[in-house]
Design a protein around this ligand. Structure first.
Ligand SMILES: *Cc1c(COP(=O)(O)O)cnc(C)c1O
Length: 356
């Protein structure tokens, strides 16, 4: 049976990315060696990193003066690297979900932190607006897509201080004005590559401004200076990321990804809103994520929740169970998800409704 992969992360990748990576694992560039057996300093591997960086810059139209890094440690490591490198006195954080809250928690050890707004009391069902940002803060940290709750900032916020963003789950799904940011980071396993590599876009002249000592591995300057080769980078995930970046470019880039994301999301939200059994969990409709679409059984049909999960699983849906902290359902619709998979889920919801 065909599987429809709605996993939240690690998650769906384009088939050709998996095939090309599998091929390189068997034989890298006709070298007779596996991608897993070569040195990251081999002369054949440097072009992989170089092309990945150059496609990153091209696809996101990253201005001059920024570096793209491929690191280990996950997005979670960035929660501490960001304040280590950028927080001198004060930093502002927008609390829109569990990941945002973890980022804020890490920053607390480095200086004064200001939570500019939070939707936690309402279960993170919307993105706070009209908050004030202290003008003397070193940066405002945002989480552009809240993977667990299904809310998304669809545009770069207008503030007078530099932005830092966790874009783990919506990178390359829309154009971004990178010039507003001093740092954009994310775990690659949602929309770019298998788990194991973290991307960081960093503004070079924003570095070196804090007075504290930064451990070598946690100092962005180390990785900027060594082109992500200070120590052994995750070779296989970087290779897969390159294949995804090539795929993205061939498909039409981030504008096309945004068009597809909106098309998928519109289709699924329309069914959630129409179907008598379900309701969406995000209260501010303009904040509904295009990437992670969260819904639950309406109160009067609550007892059908596990039945629907079994029914949908039987029809090939994978990964639609909501995050354990929210419950219900979450259909993650990342860049590589074909519209046919969304149609299959919608058909499932319609058929289940007919039975009840
Ligand atoms: C998944 C996720 C993380 C955590 O990523 P790791 O690479 O596992 O540390 C952080 N932020 C967001 C928004 C996520 O979706």
């Amino acid at each position: 049976m065909k599987k429809h992969n709605f996993n939240a992360g690690p998650s769906i990748l384009p088939r050709e990315v998996i095939e090309k990576t599998a091929q390189a694992i068997l034989d890298f560039n006709d070298s007779g060696l596996s991608l897993m057996e070569i040195s990251h300093r081999a002369k054949d591997f440097q072009p992989v990193v170089d092309e990945a960086i150059s496609l990153f810059k091209e696809l996101l139209q990253i201005p001059e003066g920024y570096s793209v890094l491929f690191l280990g440690g996950g997005a979670s490591m960035q929660f501490c690297m960001v304040p280590y490198n950028f927080l001198e006195k004060k930093a502002a954080y927008l609390n829109t979900g569990a990941w945002a809250k973890k980022a804020l928690k890490e920053a607390k050890g480095f200086g004064e932190t200001v939570e500019v707004a939070s939707s936690e009391k309402e279960g993170f069902t919307y993105i706070p607006k009209n908050f004030t940002v202290p003008s003397d803060a070193d940066y405002l940290h945002i989480t552009t897509n809240n993977t667990i709750y299904g809310t998304e900032l669809h545009a770069d916020p207008q503030v007078d201080i530099p932005l830092v963003a966790d874009m783990s789950s919506d990178i390359f799904s829309r154009p971004v004005d990178v010039s507003k940011y001093i740092c954009i980071y994310g775990g690659a396993q949602k929309n770019l590559a298998p788990a194991g590599v973290t991307f960081v876009i960093v503004k070079n002249d924003a570095l070196g401004k804090v007075s504290r000592h930064i451990p070598t591995m946690l100092d962005y300057r180390t990785h900027v200076e060594k082109g992500s080769m200070f120590n052994t980078p995750p070779v296989v995930p970087i290779y897969a990321a390159l294949q995804t970046l090539r795929w993205l470019k061939a498909q039409g880039g981030v504008e096309e990804m945004q068009r597809r994301a909106k098309q998928r999301a519109d289709m699924l939200y329309a069914e959630i809103d129409r179907n008598k059994l379900f309701r969406g969990t995000v209260t501010a409709l303009e904040d509904r994520s295009y990437m992670n679409i969260c819904f639950v059984m309406k109160e009067e049909y609550k007892e059908l929740e596990s039945d629907f999960l079994n029914f949908a699983t039987g029809k090939g849906m994978v990964g639609i169970k909501g995050h354990r902290s929210v419950g219900g359902f979450r259909a993650s619709c990342y860049n590589a998800l074909p519209i046919e998979s969304v149609q299959a889920l919608v058909d499932c919801m319609k058929e289940f409704e007919k039975q009840h």
